[in-house]
Design a protein around this ligand. Structure first.
Ligand code: AMP
Length: 411
């Protein structure tokens, strides 16, 4: 298809904050907060380095500009004390390979040893600090701790979009003490999840899925006056179907959301927005491997059976609904795609999204994993690196990590 990673439309700058390319970085100590919270196996080997890769453009830019690059991140939940299982040492090694450059690894993120490392840095050098969450003050957004982090640098760059919904010392507190700007990843996330979504080229189709209505209701409400079509699949669809008065067997239903689901669906319909729900589904009595499955119309799910994927007629219906789209936003799988027997619907929709002649934006978390497994990542315009952060942005909420950055003044 026609487009890969380039946007077919100029994306206007919606950040309103300084970005890294507006600062003169030469010989400056630049503290870059990254999201290196990568998955590790039992031998502490990185099993997926995409989070590291996504910040490489920002790091390389700073190196090329002659900055002294100080990198910091959290990894896992070490509960405020040093724990070798959560050390960033494996990240230092991987970074060295990705940057093709020496990366010095500091044994902590504050203190005299770290200050010593920083003092020895030359232009273009890279220093990675140890896990920020070895200190309980990080998650408490402690002012003294923020000040110590800030004391290491001249500028603060936030490229950790995945942590931007958290007000921590290294995402918010530090920004009080330094001129602070967004890195390229942060900027791109906002340009797509806010810039494109709030001003889409129409028709704009939103596909929402995943387990719960409650997790996506804020997104639906925010998109209400922007979208032309809403497609709902995954477990959340069955709360809507229940709300229409149908029985759904043992499928996932959030009883307390039934009324809200009905209200939203009616509201969208009144506004002339097309609303699509599954017309058939793959059902089973259990998630156990080898359990019997059937394909039935959505309104005929027997008692004791649960719908765990969309069926082939729904794949066709949803795919046709995408055909004339110019912008597509997808957040949430169409079924329990982690299990082979219930993965077909999600993968089929991943292919339909990838084939559409549209700007395609995929929300983080499970959907990110699904498009990787479906092998269509190269055919999508943008895949968000943030789960909670991308949902909050799609709900139209301000993220503390972005709000804390230095405002851009326009002359
Ligand atoms: P969320 O975090 O709300 O996007 O939900 C993602 C999870 O929803 C995935 O782990 C899926 O396995 C799960 N899911 C998707 N469809 C269904 C379904 N029909 N029934 C139960 N769980 C589902």
């Amino acid at each position: 298809m026609a487009r890969k990673n380039e946007s077919p439309v100029p994306i206007k700058d919606v950040l309103g904050k300084l970005s890294i390319d507006e600062l003169r970085l030469k010989s400056k100590r630049v503290f870059i907060r990254a999201d290196f919270n990568v998955p590790l196996d039992d031998n502490l080997r990185i099993t997926d380095d995409s989070r590291i890769r996504s910040t490489v453009p920002t790091i390389n830019y700073a190196i090329d500009e002659g900055a002294r690059v100080i990198l910091a991140s959290h990894l896992g939940r070490p509960k405020g004390k040093p724990d070798p299982r959560y050390s960033l040492a494996p990240v230092a090694k991987r970074l060295q390979r990705l940057l093709d450059k020496d990366v010095t690894f500091a044994p902590d993120c504050i203190g005299s040893q770290v200050e010593g490392h920083v003092a020895k840095m030359k232009d273009g050098d890279v220093l990675l600090l140890e896990n920020l969450r070895y200190h309980p003050e990080e998650e408490k957004n402690d002012e003294e701790f923020s000040k110590k982090l800030a004391g290491l640098a001249d500028y603060f760059i936030n490229d950790a979009f995945g942590a931007a919904h958290r007000a921590h010392a290294s995402t918010v507190g530090i920004a009080k003490f330094l001129t602070s700007a967004a890195g390229f990843l942060m900027k791109k996330e906002i340009e797509y999840l806010k810039g494109v979504v709030d001003n889409p080229i129409r028709p704009f189709v939103a596909i929402l899925g995943g387990a719960k209505v409650s997790g996506k209701i804020g997104v639906l409400e925010h998109l209400e006056d922007k979208v032309d079509k809403v497609i709902v699949g995954g477990g959340m669809a069955f709360t809507f179907i229940k709300a229409m008065g149908y029985e759904v067997g043992d499928s996932l239903v959030e009883a307390e959301m039934v009324e809200t689901a009905q209200r939203i669906r009616k509201k969208l319909k009144t506004a002339g927005i097309k609303f699509y729900l599954p017309v058939d589904c793959v059902i089973s009595q259990s998630l156990e491997p080898g359990a019997e499955t059937k394909i039935v119309p959505t309104i005929e799910i027997p008692k004791g059976w649960k719908a765990l994927d969309i069926g082939p007629a729904t794949v066709k219906l949803f795919s046709e609904a995408l055909e004339n789209a110019k912008t597509i936003l997808w957040n949430g799988p169409m079924g329990v795609f982690e299990i082979d027997a219930f993965s077909r619907g999600t993968f089929a929709i991943a292919n339909s999204v990838a084939d559409a002649y549209a700007l395609t934006i995929v929300g983080g978390g499970d959907t990110d994993l699904a498009v990787h497994r479906a092998g269509v990542t190269n055919a999508l315009s943008f895949i968000s690196t943030g789960g909670g952060a991308s949902l909050q942005l799609l709900e139209g909420k301000e993220l503390p990590g972005i709000a804390a950055l230095t405002d851009r003044t326009t002359e």
